[in-house]
Design a protein around this ligand. Sequence first.
Ligand SMILES: C[S@@+](CC[C@H](N)C(=O)[O-])C[C@H]1O[C@@H](n2cnc3c(N)ncnc32)[C@H](O)[C@@H]1O
Length: 389
Amino acid sequence: MIHNQRESVVKLLNKDVQNYINANLHTDLHSLLLKKSPFSEVSMQEIVQQIKGKQVAEKKFPFLLKEGIIFPPQLNLEQASSEKTALYKSEILKGQKFIDLTSGFGIDAYYLSKNFGDVTLVEQNTELLEVVEHNWGILGRKARFINQKLEDFLNENQETFDVIYLDPARRDQNKNKVFLLEDLSPDILEIHKKLLSVSNQVIIKLSPLIDLKYLISVLPSVFRLDIIALKNEVKEVVVFLSDASKKGIICNCVNLESDEPAFSFTFGEEENARSEYGEPEKFIYIPNNSILKAGVFNLISEKFGLKKLHPNTHLYTSSEKKDNFPGRIFEMEVVDSKSIKKKGQFNLISKNYPLKPEEIKKKYGLKDGGNDYLIFTQSKKGKIILKSV
Ligand SMILES: C[S@@+](CC[C@H](N)C(=O)[O-])C[C@H]1O[C@@H](n2cnc3c(N)ncnc32)[C@H](O)[C@@H]1O
């Protein structure tokens, strides 16, 4: 650790400073920033950074709510993975040598390297890596910490690894979010061949907004894709590269913190599958967002024996309930728009329907919430409204 950084960590870990931080965890940070720091050697900005860190940690990585842990600036907190998605990824990895080439705040690295004996973290940001090294000391975890640009590291490196992990920075110079591979740092398209010469398994975390067809077309070595949703919000697309020959790309869709089962398929299976179409029956199925992101619309119909309502409506139906569906299942009936009472309270869903939920709410004078559902959609016969029974 460079001298200044070590000094500033020591000052932040002073008991009085830590007590002040803990006493202000719920104070408005804007007003706190306007105050003068009660400590001559620690600025209010440094204090607020630690408070912000603890607030984020509470939701995203509670394992860091420990005495002695130091938090980096907000951008590094935002870029870090959540403990829950990192835990999912850690369960599918095992080996001897692990390297994270874009360590960042090290959340992914901490979890993903759990089943490895030899761990290396590479990060270009000196202060950030020092914070991680300090924290890993507190957490009792050993690693090699390399403060270098990963391109330079790869040029000098003579070693091979069982797993290489990367979570490229997804922001451009203007801090806007970007979703093309060539706009990421590092540029995966430029280094992927080099990565594959150093490891048989390269794992890259990408934005949920990345287009999967584009991804597969520009990275021919993809053999597996995991689409990770948490409580039905897609958080990560994780891509696995390998030089080994492959029989089609496997895609795993998961919705963490739900009872819904994971769904795995190959893109070839989806291409060969055909949906059966039909009008609504007793049960209506809404696939979760990891399934929708994967675009696995026909295989779902075939595998679960469900009829699809319309080519562009990703809703399915059956007369008998099919359990183990990766999404929500409702018992519903088709209703006439005239039967919808004003001021009725519903959870509104609009899928492949000209009006958005807000517009439907206004048009029918409805209130949000409650236990009942209304789905405005289209079957092959035209516009329909479904109501939960
Ligand atoms: C999205 S963050 C990683 C977050 C990390 N997975 C976590 O869970 O905390 C990306 C990191 O990659 C680093 N980075 C980007 N390009 C790099 C490069 N060419 N060499 C080394 N580090 C790089 C950035 O400094 C940033 O800290």
